[in-house]
Write a protein that binds this ligand. Structure first.
Ligand SMILES: Nc1ncnc2c1ncn2[C@@H]1O[C@H](COP(=O)(O)OP(=O)(O)OP(=O)(O)O)[C@@H](O)[C@H]1O
Ligand SMILES: [Mg+2]
Length: 340
């Protein structure tokens, strides 16, 4: 470590719709939900991350909670900037008087438009980034999974995040073909919310729906290790009286079926566009799943059965993209596919 190394700090950021992860010196130093709480009248930042998430859906007129990203891209520029700034501060909370210069790599969805890329760059610069590089998320995911992305060999990565599902074929350090659809974890959560309303006449919030997804979420109606039913409480839509309903994973698998079919179709359509030589590589190696959605019970099996190519879940899928972004950060000079 050089004498002045404390003056510059190198960080990698996975700015996700659901979670933001920051890596510094190969370690995850921030892992927080992407959400902020602001004072309605002054616009002052009240809380970030987990603390703000606890307020989500429980605020009164003076406080509002905002998820600055929607569908993988920045939807609220001011909130995004405050969030990035606040999360960077979490790395070294003791440094009050002086902020080091930041060199950072941030990952962006592969379907980003110029305007969306600009928004990420501007927010990062406003939050203190001096050298800001960007990397496409599927590329970061592949690196994080441990694929040698510069080999003349095809690999397919499917990253199911909160806002988007990114499907890409990578070879020779580039994305050969890809598709980004706005159906992912948030969509599954919304499906559950709608299902509970229609099927059980019970009104639940986003957080409860997400809890159901994590406790009894399933991509298959028949699991080898089924989770026990999950009791959901809430007001009856007709009477406003409290009710409690046990929910089984089978029900949730039916309720998610439509969205999962769309993910399958998108994967098949990317396979259709894949050049035959690369296709053969993918069939022999299998397809890698990353992002929080990869943790949905039975998803790997469902996709393997449906598409007839083995699907592998990345190690620690929630951190794979950040891990890859961190590796890119250390190789900024070597990786030509980084955007600047
Ligand atoms: N065990 C689980 N089962 C099903 N879904 C899960 C599980 N754990 C987390 N998730 C979902 O994964 C999603 C978050 O994944 P991730 O952190 O990869 O998204 P993100 O990177 O923030 O979003 P994006 O990449 O779309 O911007 C959330 O929708 C969350 O509900
Ligand atoms: Mg992501």
């Amino acid at each position: 470590m050089g004498l002045f190394s404390f003056l510059t700090q190198e960080i990698a950021i996975d700015l996700g719709t659901a979670n933001t992860i920051i890596i510094h010196n190969d370690k995850v130093v921030v892992d927080e939900p992407s959400i902020v709480a602001l004072d309605q009248s002054t616009g002052k930042l009240l809380a970030i991350g987990t603390q703000a998430r606890q307020m989500h859906g429980k605020t009164h007129e003076n406080i509002k909670t905002i998820r600055p990203l929607r569908d993988g891209v920045i939807a609220d520029f001011n909130a995004a900037e405050q969030m990035i700034r606040g999360m960077i501060k979490m790395i070294n909370p003791k440094q009050k008087f002086f902020t080091p210069t930041l060199r950072m790599v941030v990952c962006i969805p592969s379907g980003s438009t110029e305007v969306e890329i600009r928004a990420v760059r501007d927010s990062s610069e406003h939050a203190g980034g001096r050298d800001v590089y960007m990397i496409y998320e599927p590329m970061a995911a592949a690196i994080g999974i441990g694929i040698d992305v510069e080999e003349p060999e095809g690999s397919m990565v499917v990253d199911i995040g909160g806002g988007t599902t990114e499907i890409a074929v990578i070879a020779l350090g580039g994305i050969v073909c890809n598709q980004s659809i706005r159906i992912a974890g948030d969509g599954f959560t919304a499906d559950i919310q709608a299902y509970m309303r229609h099927q059980h006449n019970i009104k639940i919030g986003e957080r409860t729906a997400e809890d159901i997804k994590i406790e009894v979420g399933s991509a298959l109606p028949d699991l080898d290790n089924p989770p026990p039913d999950y009791n959901v409480r809430g007001p009856n839509l007709m009477t406003a009286m409290p009710i409690e309903i046990p929910i089984s994973y089978q029900e949730i698998s039916h309720c998610l079926d439509k969205s999962l079919s769309k993910v399958e179709s998108a994967i098949i359509s990317v396979l259709e566009q894949t050049p035959p030589e690369l296709y053969a590589d993918i069939v022999s190696k299998g397809i890698y799943l990353a992002g929080g959605g990869a943790l949905l019970r039975g998803l790997d099996k469902r996709l393997t059965d449906k598409i007839n190519i083995p699907f592998h879940i990345a190690e620690d899928p929630l951190h794979a993209i950040a891990r890859g972004t961190g590796i890119a950060l250390k190789n900024v000079d070597k990786f030509s596919f980084l955007l600047r």
